[in-house]
Design a protein around this ligand. Structure first.
Ligand SMILES: [Zn+2]
Length: 304
């Protein structure tokens, strides 16, 4: 059984009419999954403050709470990182989804998990909301996983077209978490050079604009997947952005649906090797509605 965790609060986060990070992203993903067998749909609980506090200081959480408007829109840090009434509820559902998914998995109630939530999280640093992101869900998930006795080492696999600067910043001094990211370079947020290695636990796989299936698979096959294999993680978390798809308007990488099936199958193989199959994925970016539907369907077909 594959669990799809989502919540309608994720639709209420309003970013205005011009932002590509909009509620239709989630409905497109869920629409793409229609008709698939072997799925159970579960509502995301809100993350508790102590779960968020393992990554984001309480003062930062309080500051975001003060910034959230009762009406209208407010930009935070960057012009396109927008809060409305309901933003923090959506954010808490995202972090809550991954924590809940991890609990379900470790309790043996599901085989793997895909959290279909927004806004995304991988650009959020400890005390910086940016790049459409407020709390770093995958980082909160990694820290939550480590509260379980069975989990010491967490591998985070990030195939979003943008570098997961926030995830890197949060874990760059912590060898209990391996972060491997493929991303277009140059592109927002500007970090993610191969030379950025943290405590030996950060592996960046930058891809040139125009790169496609071959370059993506070569980078993962020669560097990314072997690194995760040698790390022997107890769980694999996926920052699943679908904006490296050829249709996506924000990136210039040319992946196709079948590449998302491939990377998912590779991750599942690695999870079988050392992590008893434990794998939890969460939606990050992806801004073409048709590509979101078809690429996330390929991702979930592999999970099933
Ligand atoms: Zn992205």
């Amino acid at each position: 059984m594959t669990s799809i965790i989502r919540h309608e609060d994720c639709l209420a986060h309003n970013t205005g009419s011009r932002s590509p990070e909009r509620a239709a992203r989630v409905t497109s993903v869920l629409g793409g999954l229609q008709g698939l067998k072997g799925l159970e749909y579960l509502p995301a609980p809100k993350a508790r403050a102590e779960q968020i506090s393992r990554v984001h200081p309480e003062l930062f959480q309080a500051r975001l709470g003060e910034l959230e408007p009762l009406e209208g829109l407010v930009s935070v840090t960057e012009e396109d990182t927008i809060m409305s009434r309901g933003t923090l509820d959506a954010v808490l559902r995202g972090s809550g989804a991954i924590c809940f998914g991890i609990d379900q998995l470790i309790a043996g109630k599901t085989d793997n998990v895909f959290c279909v939530t927004r806004p995304p999280g991988h650009h959020a640093e400890q005390e910086i909301a940016r790049g459409f992101c407020f709390y770093n869900h995958v980082a909160v998930g990694a820290r939550h996983a480590q509260t379980h006795e069975a989990i010491e080492k967490v591998a985070i696999l990030d195939f979003d077209v943008h570098h997961g600067n926030g995830t890197q910043a949060i874990f760059e001094d912590d060898p209990s978490v391996l972060f491997v990211s493929s991303h277009q370079m140059p592109l927002y947020p500007g970090s993610g050079y191969a030379e950025e290695t943290g405590a030996g636990n950060i592996l960046n796989l930058p891809l040139a604009p125009g790169a496609g299936s071959q370059e993506f698979r070569d980078a993962w096959s020669t560097l990314g997947l072997p690194a995760i294999h040698s790390f022997e993680p107890d769980i694999i978390l996926i920052s699943a952005g679908f904006d490296a798809h050829y249709r996506d308007p924000l990136g210039q990488i040319e992946l196709e649906d079948i590449d998302y099936r491939w990377i998912t199958e590779q991750a599942m193989g690695l999870a079988q090797d050392s992590a008893k199959g434990r794998l939890v994925s969460i939606l990050e970016g992806g801004y073409d509605m048709q590509a979101l539907a078809s690429a996330s369907r390929a991702h979930v077909e592999a999970l099933i």
